[in-house]
Design a protein around this ligand. Structure first.
Ligand code: PGA
Length: 256
């Protein structure tokens, strides 16, 4: 059976003290996780080490980074490599977030290299995809997202693809308060699973975790997570508040 995951993407929020205090508050009320229901926290690079120290004895709670460089080391001032985040305690890395694609010009060909660099360090990649509003208005979102997945991931062998989690995040729903409806999310997640199945077969596609992201909160998480192809969420704003984040985790725990 495929895993369900709730991942918190802190983006460029929370300094070290604030991050430590948030994680402390989450740990106080965290439901018991298990092999099939897991949580990932993705703080800034600076907080990876300290957050790992806080959570290392909590089963099925892991740390993710929000990005990594495509090279393992070298003269790339200001950059952080996959081996560095792994060494600090991360087991996951978010790649291809729409903010990275848009504000930092991350193209599919660059993302391919980052995916390879992360997998070489045995990190699990949370690979983001999602369409802007203009594409949804033109009703071409299925092809648009399929292309992002093909370009970023389809060079991988099946054995590598098992270490990929997909996060579908419609750009028009990120940080806007406007969530995809449950049927919209389900349709796209089903499309993504089909795209993966055409290349890797239905068994691997059936075992791939596909998260929804974009204004997910406790009040809509239950309905979204009830969709058969929605396997949890990548949470931005609501991951910065312990009560909201635990509420979303609880919705995942209660989902089938
Ligand atoms: P949001 O962000 O939950 O604040 O919409 C989600 C994301 O960008 O990962």
């Amino acid at each position: 059976m495929r895993k369900k995951i709730v991942a918190g993407n802190w983006k460029m929020n929370l300094n070290m003290v604030q991050g430590v205090s948030l994680v402390g508050a989450i740990l106080k009320n965290l439901p018991d996780l298990n092999e099939l229901k897991q949580v990932v926290l993705a703080p800034s690079f600076l907080n990876i080490g300290v957050t790992y120290q806080q959570i290392m004895n909590t089963p099925f709670l892991s740390i993710g980074a929000q990005n990594c460089h495509q090279e393992e080391f070298g003269a790339f001032t200001g950059e952080v490599s996959a081996s560095m985040i792994k060494g600090a305690g991360a087991s996951h890395v978010i790649l291809g977030h729409s903010e990275r694609r848009e504000y930092f010009n991350e193209t599919s060909s660059l993302l391919k290299k980052k995916v390879d660099a992360a997998l070489a360090q045995e990190l699990t990649v949370i690979f983001c995809c999602g369409e802007p509003l203009s594409i949804r208005d033109a009703a071409t979102e299925n092809d648009y997202v399929a292309q992002q997945i093909q370009e970023g991931l389809f060079h991988l062998e099946a054995a590598q693809m098992k270490h990929i989690v997909i996060a579908y995040e419609p750009i028009w729903a990120i940080g806007t308060g406007r969530t995809a409806t449950a049927p919209q999310a389900q349709d796209m997640h089903h499309n993504i699973r089909n795209v993966i199945a055409t290349k890797y077969g239905s068994e691997l596609a059936g075992n791939t975790t596909i998260l929804y992201g974009g204004s997910c909160k406790p009040s809509n998480a239950e309905e979204l997570f009830a969709c058969p192809d929605v396997d949890g969420g990548l949470i931005g704003g609501a991951a910065l508040n312990a009560e909201d984040f635990v509420g979303i985790i609880t919705a995942m725990m209660n989902s089938k």
